[in-house]
Design a protein around this ligand. Structure first.
Ligand code: GUN
Length: 291
């Protein structure tokens, strides 16, 4: 079997075209969607992610503003910036790029975000909404994975889904989203005994471990849908996912490539959440056009 590719670039392009139209309509009605990004410190990967997010906003007609803070920033300065953005009517989404410098408490920062502007879906209240199946902002990476799974017409209800990785921003919310759709969900960690015994049962396998090519063909059920969230830089400078793409492609039914799979979808979901937030703020009369 040769797996079919789930093309995150093509899917993102069509979704972003729709979002661009929605952003233009909101702008014409006096409420241009606006995203504020806080980048503290000088983590090189974070800089690349933030640059890509800001570029995507510009291409979609979303206003963005970047607040760069030094690695030595005090926690209170980050919190003050967030409070100012919470109160700014032209800002509909606030994103604090993680990781934060050591002296800044991530939990305190995320809980200072206005829930209605938390387009990353990291505030405990938004996570709580996900747990109980209430509307809220869902984290962008697992939301993008769900859109990909739905896009190929993969049924979720009653299927065996295995998530490898238990991070707050991918593994846990991914498991909750699959559970909400009535999959039978297993969450594996780096300590799971006989990982392959679990992954081989998966109709839907989502891998987010940060370990290059750790999922081989013998760990995958024939015909499975394999979603690879990993982006790892190899010694030769090339990028590889957490899944051994060439090997697993001979066995899976569908597979996401790295790069060009989940990565672009994460940013697309951020744009979607920002446009949605602008629409909600406009409906409540709390959003005004960005400068
Ligand atoms: N760091 C790694 N991934 C993410 C993400 O999706 N959002 C934010 N804010 N920080 C991250």
């Amino acid at each position: 079997m040769t797996a079919r590719i789930i093309d995150g670039i093509a899917l993102s392009a069509s979704l972003r075209a729709q979002l661009k139209e929605e952003a233009a309509a909101l702008t014409a009605n006096g409420c241009r969607p606006g995203l504020a990004v806080i980048l503290a410190g000088d983590d090189p990967a974070s800089r690349v992610y933030v640059r890509n997010k800001i570029k995507a906003c510009a291409e979609t007609g979303i206003h963005s503003e970047l607040y760069e803070l030094p690695a030595t920033v005090e926690e209170s300065q980050v919190l003050d910036r967030i409070r100012a953005l919470n109160a700014a009517p032209h800002v509909h989404g606030i994103l604090v790029q993680l990781p934060l410098p050591r002296q800044v408490d991530e939990g305190k920062v995320l809980e200072t975000l206005a829930v209605a502007k938390d387009v990353d879906g990291f505030h405990v209240q938004n996570i709580g909404s996900l747990v109980v199946g209430k509307p809220g902002f869902a984290p962008c990476t697992p939301a993008g994975c769900m859109v990909m799974i739905d896009h190929i017409g993969c049924a979720v209800e009653g299927r065996d889904a295995v998530v490898v990785g238990r991070s707050n921003i991918v593994g846990k919310p991914m498991a909750l989203m699959l559970l909400q759709r009535s999959a039978t969900v297993t969450v594996c960690t780096s300590r799971t005994a006989d990982l392959a015994a679990h992954t081989r049962r998966a109709d839907i396998l989502v891998v987010a471990t940060g370990k290059a090519r750790m999922i081989g063909a013998d760990m995958v059920k024939p015909g499975a849908v394999v979603i690879d969230v990993g982006i790892n830089r190899l010694a030769d400078g090339k990028l590889a996912g957490d899944v051994d793409f060439d090997a697993v492609s001979t066995r899976a039914g569908w597979i996401t490539p790295v790069p060009g799979g989940v990565g672009p979808m994460t940013i697309t979901m951020l744009l979607a959440n920002t446009v949605r937030s602008a629409r909600m703020h406009a409906a409540q009369g709390t959003g005004t056009a960005a400068v």
